[in-house]
Every structure is written in structure tokens, then in C-alpha cells.
Design a protein around this ligand. Structure first.
Ligand code: 6PG
Length: 257
């Protein structure tokens, strides 16, 4: 298991500004090294300010023309739905004028979500798998954390947690999705294969989940974000003081650079 690298910030604004700088820096380095930057986005409210800051920084802040946007997960809705992760992100990033060929959307509106997951997996592997059977290699997966310690659409006790494919469709049962709802999600092996993972968590409602994932007993079925520790490199956690409020005051050895 790999330790997390935890950075704490006063509030969501400070966290978002630091996250924007990190995304821009990783993007510049990826394009310099490999000629492209493959960034996977999550939905929810936490990344909204980050996306606004990326748009405000302008199209010259990093090689956006060499950037491909993917999604860590998507709801079973069309892109123009109010709760579409694709819709939220592309609306926020619209000032950057990205070409639609740079936007790799999960087809949440598909009548057959299992087929939509297979299609997305094929698109990911066409672009990002070096050998047949290898996982797709994203440069950066931007994740959030639910109050139940889910990330992407990897929810507690979900069949998606055991998926060995790179993308999965799963029926989620949780009060956080209004009872039960279908979701498309990158799986834990795909997130673990990313060159970098940046997880954002802000707000007191995330404090118990942050403490459970980082300091609780190892129980990824109950705390799915613990699956990220399978990555061969530290997951970066950007958390605000409210989300950190149930962590011990002093860092554990694994936190220190
Ligand atoms: C989604 C996200 C999900 C999100 C968490 C946190 O589709 O909702 O991918 O994993 O990151 O639920 O959401 P908030 O940022 O709104 O708290």
C-alpha cells in the first residue's frame, strides 16, 4: 500500500488555487515529456472552483491544445442534463475553446450502459494502452471524495469495486444517489495506473471519510477511496482544514515527503 501525500489548506478557495496550479504544472510536464496531457475529471461540487480557475488562467496557461479530457465517472444522463459531469465541466471550461475531439465523453444516456462502458474502455485503450492487456495510462486523475468515502462512482459495497475491467457500469444503491442509480466509472485498476492522482476533499461533511480512509482500518469495501493506495506512487490529497478536522494533529510517518 502506498502512503498518501496530504496537503492541508485553509479553505476551498485556497485548495482550489493550489489544485489549479498543480493541474497546470502536470499538464506542462506531460506535454513536454510525451506530447500530450490526458486528464480525467470528476463531477460533484468540489472541483467547480478549480475548473473556473483553470478557465480564468486562459488557454495559454498550459498546452490546452495538446490536452485530452476524460471522465472518471458519469451519471446515467445525457450531456445536457443538470447533473451531467460532462456538462458541468465543459460549461466551466468553455472559455478555453477546446475542440470536441479533445473531449472524451462517457455516454451516460446510452440505453445499454454495459455497452457504453465497453465503448469507453475501447476509446481509452486505443489512445492510452501501450500493449494489449495493459491499463490505460492517464497523466492525472482528478477525484473527489463522498461523505461515505466513495470516489469516482466506486461506492461502498458496490460490485464496481471488484471490477477487473478498466471501465464499468454499476447500479449504485446509496442515499447519496437518491436510492439507486446507474453510473459509469473508471475502475480502481485504471485509477491506480494513472501517472498521478489528485483527490480533493473540502468541508466538515468529509472529515469522517477523510479520517477513515487515511487513518481507519483497511476496509476498501467500506471505504472505497482506500483502493487508491494500490497505486505505485503516493496519491496527492488536497484537503481543507474542515475536512482535516478529524485527522490526528500530527502527521503520521507516511505523510511526510
Ligand atoms: C460524482 C463524482 C463523485 C464526487 C463525490 C464528491 O459524479 O458525483 O465523481 O465521486 O467526486 O461525490 O462530490 P462533491 O464534490 O459534490 O462533494
Amino acid at each position: 500500500m502506498t502512503a498518501a501525500a496530504v496537503s492541508r489548506f485553509a479553505d476551498l478557495e485556497a485548495l482550489s488555487r493550489a489544485a489549479a496550479e498543480e493541474v497546470l504544472a502536470v499538464g506542462r510536464a506531460a506535454v513536454a515529456a510525451r506530447g500530450r496531457f490526458d486528464l480525467a475529471l470528476s463531477g460533484g461540487s468540489t472541483p467547480r472552483r478549480l475548473l473556473q480557475l483553470l478557465a480564468a488562467a486562459g488557454a495559454d496557461a498550459m498546452p490546452w491544445r495538446r490536452t485530452h479530457l476524460w471522465w472518471c465517472d458519469e451519471r446515467a444522463v445525457p450531456p445536457d442534463a443538470a447533473d451531467s459531469n460532462f456538462g458541468m465541466a465543459t460549461q466551466a471550461l468553455a472559455p478555453l475553446g477546446l475542440d470536441e475531439r479533445q473531449l472524451h465523453r462517457m455516454r451516460g444516456e446510452a440505453p445499454d450502459l454495459g455497452r457504453a462502458a465497453e465503448d469507453y474502455q475501447r476509446e481509452l485503450c486505443t489512445e492510452l494502452c501501450s500493449e494489449l492487456g495493459d491499463p490505460p495510462r492517464l497523466d492525472l486523475a482528478l477525484l473527489g471524495l463522498g461523505p461515505d468515502a466513495h470516489t469516482a462512482s466506486l461506492f461502498p459495497h458496490s460490485a464496481a469495486l471488484a471490477a477487473t475491467t478498466w471501465v464499468t457500469a454499476a447500479l449504485i444503491t446509496s442515499p447519496l444517489v437518491g436510492g439507486s442509480a446507474w453510473r459509469l466509472s473508471l475502475t480502481a485498476p485504471t485509477l491506480a495506473a494513472a501517472r498521478g492522482v489528485l483527490l480533493l476533499a473540502a468541508g466538515r461533511d468529509k472529515a469522517a471519510a477523510v479520517a477513515a480512509v487515511l487513518r481507519g482500518a483497511l476496509d476498501p469495501d467500506r471505504y472505497p477511496a482506500q483502493l487508491l493506495a494500490r497505486a505505485p506512487r503516493p496519491v496527492q490529497w488536497f484537503i481543507d482544514e474542515a475536512a482535516a478536522s478529524q485527522l490526528p494533529l500530527f502527521a503520521a510517518p507516511g505523510d511526510l515527503p
